[in-house]
Write a protein that binds this ligand. Structure first.
Ligand code: ATP
Ligand code: MG
Length: 560
């Protein structure tokens, strides 16, 4: 065991199972001692720093979560600058024990009693903790309390057991995820990552029109979600109903029943020669939407008794036909309802190849740019993306050798809590990954600035939480409820985190850790607009015709 001499900083004054308190030793002037760890020179008692508790040969490691001052309100002594009756207290959360071999073990078997000594920890002790995941080499940042010690995450736990990155706008989530993924592909060159990019931050066109990436050359592939052409015929029957039937319509049940028969008939008819045997209403095989329209139109007009009477379904499908027709004529739905390339069942393998990064050129990260997809169509696309990611490995016999990660930026926008019916499909497909993905090697990473608007199921299934600065008390309270009970005190630290600084909790870290993430290189395209510079010296005029044109064509800035 590393000896502790001249490192005493305090004494334990109360012990509860999850938290201890200790008074700190002060000098004559009421100042706390400074401790040097590696490059840093810190004051003792800083929240986020580690301490050791020694008693009877037992050595516990604990994390400081808060510091307070209690005591008499006696007037300041002008000479000593110290309020004599006051004492500084720290709250400590016990993390584990350092055993006689100097190795860190989770959990507390021996509790201290009051009077136990509190010491600063030396680098060796802290290193004993973080050595745990070092062999994989997935280093993502440095300890906030000691910048000479790097922090390694466990990639298996992080990517295989789902993670979330939470933090308010501008806290550094996009930078953090870029850093994590950049380092992941470096350490694990056969990574397979699919990224849902809502704002074109991870791949964009520069002013010269050249495609740029938040990853090195040849690592990422940019795919415009519209060019991916996830066609309507990939949808399950329930998803088709959501898209085409208004459930509040009086004849909705007739429409659904007729749709069921028609879709089954058309799927079977178009794929007679596919040689797959039974085709169900959910089979991912082509059928013609125009023919579907024809079926409904015919039934809607059909007459009985040689034209003297109306048919049984006559008029019931007016609403349905209007809805389908307007969707088919809406150019924004073209990539879904009028695909140019995906017009037969045999185009599906190519779609899946592009999706998982096995297309031409092969890549580790596929960035699906959703910024070009109109708002109201996004739920449908994200639902399909989630579903394809899951289905791919669910049906992949080699799923164990081909784990996938789906990263969802701004996840609250399309994986909301139950209630928003428009997003029901996306929510369900992501929740399925969060519940069952682990078994089939499909990991989920959700990134959000609004944790309490995000699906509870998805968050509850995350095993690692990376929390960046979060000052809103409601959001903090929400995060507190999410993390394991023993780690709830750490949430107090969240409002004081700096840019790019985070609190990592859960399976991928040896213990709750406050760390400064490395800067990604290159960074994503998420920099704030520079108001001062542009308002001081910005352009005098703009091509407003071009703006109008882009708006009408639904063509955003990063597409030339
Ligand atoms: N690790 C870091 N080191 C230094 N600066 C950082 C770091 N991470 C983020 N920043 C700074 O913070 C800014 C905002 O970061 P980022 O775009 O990642 O925020 P965000 O949390 O994704 O915000 P939003 O929720 O609005 O998308 C960056 O432009 C960068 O200047
Ligand atoms: Mg962001």
């Amino acid at each position: 065991m590393t000896p502790y001499t001249k490192t005493l900083i305090g004494q334990i004054t109360s012990v509860k199972t999850g938290a201890f308190t200790a008074t700190l030793i002060e000098d004559n002037e009421g100042r706390l001692p400074r401790i040097s760890t590696g490059k840093d020179n810190n004051l003792t008692g800083q929240p986020g720093s580690h301490v050791a508790i020694l008693q009877n040969g037992i050595k516990l490691l604990a994390l400081v979560t808060s510091i307070t001052e209690f005591g008499d309100e006696s007037p300041l002594n002008p000479l000593s600058k110290q309020a004599p009756g006051k004492k500084k207290f720290v709250t400590l959360v016990p993390l584990g024990e350092i055993n006689e071999h100097g190795a860190f073990e989770h959990g507390i078997k021996h509790y201290p009693v009051t009077g136990a000594e509190v010491h600063t920890v030396n680098d060796k002790d802290v290193e004993a903790i973080f050595v745990k995941f070092r062999k994989q080499g997935f280093s993502v940042g440095t300890l906030s309390s000691n910048s000479s010690l790097d922090v390694c995450f466990d990639p298996d736990a992080l990517f295989g057991r789902h993670f979330s990155i939470l933090g308010q706008s501008g806290a550094g989530k996009s930078w953090c995820v870029s850093n994590l993924l950049q380092r992941a592909v470096k350490v694990m060159p056969k990574a397979h990552i699919i990224m849902l990019d809502l704002h074109g931050e991870y791949s964009w066109r520069n002013k010269e029109g050249k495609q740029e990436y938040a990853f090195g050359e040849g690592i990422a592939r940019y795919i415009d979600a519209r060019d991916l052409e996830i066609p309507y015929w990939l949808m399950t029957f329930t998803e088709l109903v959501d898209l085409l039937v208004d459930r509040s319509d009086d004849s909705a049940s007739s429409q659904i029943a007729f749709l069921r028969n028609s879709v089954h008939e058309l799927r079977t008819k178009a794929n007679k020669d596919l040689g797959i045997g039974h085709i169900s209403i959910d089979s991912p095989v082509y059928f013609s939407l125009t023919e579907l329209y024809g079926h409904f139109e015919q039934a809607n007009k059909a007459t009985a008794s040689f034209g003297k009477e109306k048919g049984p379904l006559a008029g019931l499908f007016d609403q349905f036909l209007m809805r389908l027709e307007s969707r088919m004529n809406d150019v924004r739905y073209n990539f879904l309802l009028q695909p140019k390339r995906r017009i037969s069942s045999d185009t599906l393998p190519e779609l899946l190849r592009d999706f998982v990064g096995l297309g031409e050129p092969k890549c580790q990260v596929t960035i699906i740019d959703m910024s070009t997809v109109p708002f109201d169509v996004r739920p449908i696309v994200t639902a399909q993306v989630g579903r394809i990611a899951f289905e791919f490995n669910y049906w992949n016999p080699a799923y164990k050798e081909f784990p996938l990660l789906l990263v969802c930026e701004e996840a609250h926008a399309y994986i909301p809590r139950a209630g928003k019916t428009q997003y029901e499909g996306a929510r369900q497909s992501m929740e399925r990954i969060s519940r069952e993905g682990r078994k089939y090697g499909v990991g989920l990473g959700v990134i959000s600035q609004r944790p309490n608007e995000l699906s509870e199921t998805v968050l509850a299934q995350c095993s690692t939480f990376i929390c960046l600065r979060l000052t809103n008390p409601d959001d903090q309270a929400y995060v507190r409820d999410l993390v394991p009970e023993a780690e709830q005190d750490f949430v107090n630290v969240l409002s004081s985190l700096g840019q790019g600084e985070g609190m990592a909790m859960g399976l991928a870290v040896p213990l709750p850790t406050r760390l400064q993430f490395y800067k990604p290189d290159p960074p994503p395209n998420s920099a704030s607009v520079d108001f001062f510079a542009q308002w001081s010296d910005g352009p005098d005029d703009l091509d407003v015709d071009d703006i109008v044109n882009r708006w009408r064509r639904q063509d955003r800035l990063n597409r030339q």
